[in-house]
Design a protein around this ligand. Structure first.
Ligand SMILES: *Cc1c(COP(=O)(O)O)cnc(C)c1O
Length: 452
């Protein structure tokens, strides 16, 4: 190992606290230090190349070092890197808002910027709450409905609507109440039925909850088509549109958290497009800048926006903002990202790749320790189980998913598990032969680690 790498690793272990990481394990692990990116590859300080199978945590869209995005950032940098949206406008944030309004589902006209998925969700929740308060006298609509397995971020509001124990359990005493309706999850689902039946049963359950709570519910928040952090849980056809119908019927806003699904991941530019659903509020982040800059957007309808209009002294304004809101570099990157979707015909060219992935995933179902394979667009989850029949999970100390991903590293592939679900989330720009290689490596690693 080069002396420089050794020094960096030691300094990292001394000072950097990594997210979602047991640092005791990190301190003794052989860690990689990434220095460069090239297309769909990451290159570390030792010059080793790795296929970026996690799209740098689900954000990368067109590969690393895309000339068009880098050039847009550089051009913007030569003009100005940052100026505030508090009391001033800036060029790229205007242009981007116009583009977003044009491509997102019908009715979403207003864009509120921030810098991460969590803040996009916080803003959505606050907007929904304040909207209800300002449109109803003596408002009682102040609660939220979310789904089992939901993940919406790590700040307090977004944790409150989250339901995955490892992320939120410890903080529960500090979180606000939220009712969790069942998200269709077939064999895990307490309503255990066929996939379609499961979806219908979950809609019935949601209607039951809405009947009881609609008078006190501000909004329902959903990860449309795909729950990411829960382990790549795909929802059955008709579920999303059913949720939209019910939320309309019971006068409760619908917030679509497309932080993970937005910008092509599911094979649609936005997951909501598949069932022609228009949410009242839409949260965007991860892929918004093509994975280059931290930028997020919360979009909403003119109807919601209008509820915040009034005289200054009425204090109906949305008193929320982050210092870097509407950062010009981030917005310039996002515009370049959207242009690449058009000029590269990304959505069209993705379709055969999705078919290829469908084919490549087939043989995993036969592996003795694979309990389920879930897939939509260029996102998939391969769930490892101790017992295929009963679907009994591995003990968490066995670290099955983690071991598979560490083995993949040795074979030149970076992937990250969600518990014992091995996640396939490459950049949308992944080439056919790279996808084939990636899946081949994952297959080999699962066999090696779990036997069979
Ligand atoms: C990643 C994610 C978030 C949180 O985004 P951050 O940028 O990490 O704060 C929120 N919702 C969903 C669905 C996500 O996948």
């Amino acid at each position: 190992m080069k002396a420089r790498t050794k020094r960096l690793i030691a300094l990292d272990k001394r000072h950097v606290w990594h997210p979602f990481t047991q640092m005791k394990e990190w301190e003794t692990a052989e860690n990689l230090v990434i220095e460069r990116g090239e297309g769909n590859y990451l290159i570390d300080t030792e010059g080793r190349r790795y296929l970026d199978g996690a799209a740098s945590l689900w954000v990368n869209v067109h590969g690393h070092g895309r000339r068009e995005i880098d050039a847009a950032i550089k051009t913007q940098m030569e003009r100005i890197s940052h100026s505030t949206l508090l009391g001033l406008a800036n060029v790229p944030s205007i242009e981007l808002a116009g583009r977003l309004a044009a491509i997102t589902p019908k009715g979403l006209e207003k864009v509120f910027y921030s810098d991460s998925g969590s803040t996009a969700v916080e803003i959505a929740l606050k907007l929904a709450f304040q909207y209800q308060g300002q449109t109803r006298k003596g408002n009682a609509k102040r609660k939220f409905i979310a789904f089992t397995g939901a993940y919406h971020g790590d700040t307090f509001g977004s944790m409150s609507v989250g339901e995955i124990d490892v992320f939120v359990k410890k903080y529960r005493p500090l979180l606000f109440d939220c009712v969790h309706a069942p998200y269709p999850y077939c064999y895990r689902c307490p309503l255990r039925k066929t996939r379609r039946g499961c979806g219908l049963a979950c809609l019935d359950a949601l209607e039951g909850i809405l009947k009881k709570h609609h008078g006190e519910t501000a909004a329902c928040i959903i990860e449309p088509l795909l729950q990411g952090a829960a382990g790549m849980i795909t929802s059955p056809p008709g579920f999303l549109i059913g949720v939209r119908r019910l939320t309309k019927k019971y006068e409760c806003l619908l917030i679509a958290d497309e932080v993970a699904t937005g910008f092509g991941r599911t094979g649609y530019m936005f997951a909501c497009e598949k069932e022609r659903v228009s949410p009242d509020i839409l949260c965007l982040a991860k892929g918004l800048t093509g994975g280059c800059m931290p930028l997020a957007a919360t979009m909403t309808t003119t109807e919601i926006y209008n509820a915040f209009l009034g005289e200054y002294h009425e204090y109906k304004a949305f008193f929320h903002g982050h210092t870097y809101t509407g950062n010009p570099l981030g917005c310039a990157a996002a515009i370049a990202n959207l242009k690449l979707f058009e000029t590269g015909r990304v959505m069209e060219r993705m379709q055969p790749k999705i078919k290829l992935l469908t084919g490549l995933l087939k043989r995993f179902k036969k592996l003795p320790r694979v309990g389920d394979v879930r897939h939509i667009g260029l996102a998939a989850g391969i769930e490892l189980v101790k017992d295929k029949k009963t679907k009994a999970p591995y003990q968490s100390a066995e670290r099955a998913g983690h071991r598979v991903c560490m083995e993949a590293r040795k074979r030149g592939l970076i992937i990250r598990p969600l518990g014992d679900t091995v996640v396939i989330m490459p950049p949308l720009s992944i080439k056919d032969f790279e996808l084939e290689r990636m899946i081949e490596v994952v297959y080999g690693c699962i066999r090696q680690v779990t036997g069979g």
